[in-house]
Design a binder for this molecule. Structure first.
Ligand code: SME
Length: 161
């Protein structure tokens, strides 16, 4: 396996996503263990985009439980319908929060977070099995373009669940 990502020198997210996706596919082709694969996907996103926090919460019974991530320590358990993550799980859709201080019930794991995106991940039966959560220190850092790209990435992760 190659030990580093090959990335173009640009800040353009579409260009970066386009370069990253085949490398994520390769990571997943080489490693089917869920924790190992999710850990490298979190690292790849963190390294590529420099976001404050990138990680996974997995559905365990009635809660989301912290999985592999990159960034500061985070809350470990989130209830169904709680916070941005629990709401994305409940509503089974991607949620983009331009200003976390205006999201009712937002769970502040880090005071540096200003905006957030959460993308649900389904298992092979179509049930929500996990969420990808990304926090940025910049307000309104996530657009629908990021949402669509991250949804495509999360579809690649379905066979892990
Ligand atoms: N802000 C999230 C909690 C998880 S942390 O951001 C890592 C939420 O409201 O669900």
């Amino acid at each position: 396996m190659q030990d580093q990502l090959t990335l173009p020198e640009t800040n353009d997210r579409v260009t970066l996503f386009t370069a990253l996706m085949p490398q994520i596919r390769e990571l997943l082709r080489e490693e089917r263990d869920q924790i190992a694969a999710l850990a490298n996907v979190a690292a790849a996103l963190h390294q590529t985009f420099g976001w404050h926090w990138v990680g996974f919460y997995r559905v365990m019974g009635a809660e989301l439980v912290l999985g592999p991530f990159q960034g500061p320590i985070a809350c470990t358990r989130i209830g169904f319908g709680r916070g941005v993550c629990g709401t994305a799980w409940q509503e089974e859709r991607t949620i983009i929060v331009p200003d976390v201080s205006k999201f009712p019930g937002h769970i502040a794991c880090s005071s540096a977070s200003r905006s957030e995106i959460v993308v649900p991940i389904r298992d092979s039966d179509g049930r929500i099995a996990a969420v990808l959560d990304i926090d940025s220190t910049q307000e309104a850092d996530f657009s629908i373009v990021d949402g669509h790209a991250l949804e495509q990435l999360c579809e690649l992760l379905e066979p892990l669940f």
